[in-house]
Design a protein around this ligand. Structure first.
Ligand code: SF4
Length: 327
């Protein structure tokens, strides 16, 4: 339906979520199985949390996944892979992200890595609240516009890409792929209930190949601080880490309750949105990011493999301690 509003091409951020999962779950396996890097690995796709971590927990930087967030991955690929395949001059592409998130506005110029295509990878972010106001102000009957498919080659997504929007969804999606990477098989049951629901901190243990993976999922920054303090304390005392993998989302409920969403979200509304997401996941032909045929083709044709040199150049970022206020 967005094409009816004048966009020349429309990509789905859920495809970017599948790609973020591919990179992040490979990072997890590198650290957890091969000991290359700090444990726990902490997810990085929430720019509200990235900003908080750089200011308040900079000592956690080595624990952070370097994978960019989904819309940044789509942005950089639209101006490289897509532009090359379609014969479009990337200088002529203006990328607009429609996001549930006000922090994404800051993210698109956060650091030089956000210009990895040679251009600003995403040019502007509109929140869903802003976008819906623009639609209403223009008198467009949005609900009755016919549906249309996202543009390939950056197009279709899996159930794992969809659940990114709810607290616990990134962890669940990453574990589906990490399990496959470690065992060579898909989980018999891909629904991981331990990660779901609105409890502020969710913890659990997942057995992969006889090894216990301890996970924590935190949303809302007070809950995040409490999980990080546990990790810091264990580190300071030289104890075993309480978790191997931590998912963090700054907003309560995750992006379904994001700061750029229409005002008035209650827990009931958050749960309804999350429930819609899990239904969409169940209805997908593929439910794991590594099964996405477009992702497989992207790696075959362009990136080589997850964590390759090219993947690192385009799809990863880095972090630095920042002062609370710019002087
Ligand atoms: S949880 Fe909130 S701050 Fe984080 S990406 Fe989602 S909407 Fe943005």
């Amino acid at each position: 339906m967005l094409k009816r509003l004048g966009f020349d091409a429309v990509f789905d951020t859920n495809f970017g979520a599948d790609l973020t999962i591919m990179e992040e779950s490979n990072e997890f396996v590198e650290r957890f199985v091969h000991g290359k890097g700090e444990i726990p690995l902490i997810t990085s796709c929430c720019p509200g949390w990235v900003d908080y971590m750089e200011k308040y927990y900079p000592e956690m930087i080595p624990h952070f996944s370097s994978a960019k967030s989904p819309h940044e991955m789509v942005g950089v690929l639209s101006k490289t892979y897509y532009a090359e395949k379609k014969g479009i001059n990337p200088a002529k592409i203006f990328g607009v992200s429609i996001m549930p998130c006000t922090a994404k506005k800051y993210e698109i110029t956060r650091i030089d890595d956000m210009y990895a295509s040679g251009y600003q990878d995403i040019d502007v972010v509109l929140t869903t609240r802003e976008f819906s106001r623009m639609i209403k102000a223009s008198g467009i009957d949005f609900l009755n516009l016919p549906d249309s498919e996202p543009d390939n080659i950056l197009g279709d997504y899996t159930g794992a890409g969809v659940i990114f929007g709810a607290t616990g969804g990134v962890m669940e999606a990453a574990l589906r792929t990490a399990y496959y990477l470690i065992t060579g098989q898909n989980l018999k049951k891909v629904d991981i209930e331990e990660t779901r629901g609105l409890e502020g901190i969710k913890t659990g243990k997942i057995n992969i190949n006889g090894k216990e993976v301890r996970i924590a999922v935190a949303h809302g920054l007070a809950n995040v601080a409490s999980v990080l303090d546990e990790v810091k304390e264990a580190k300071a005392k030289g104890k075993e880490m309480p978790y191997h993998f931590i998912e963090v989302m700054a907003c309560r409920g995750g992006c379904v309750g994001g700061g750029g969403q229409p005002y008035g979200a209650t827990d009931e509304i958050r749960m309804k949105r999350a429930s819609g997401i899990y239904t969409d996941d169940k209805n997908q032909e593929y439910r794991c990011s590594h099964e996405n045929p477009f992702i497989k083709k992207l790696y075959e044709d362009y990136l080589g493999k997850p964590l390759s040199e090219k993947s690192h150049k385009l799809l990863h970022t880095h972090y630095k301690p920042r002062p609370l206020y710019n002087r």
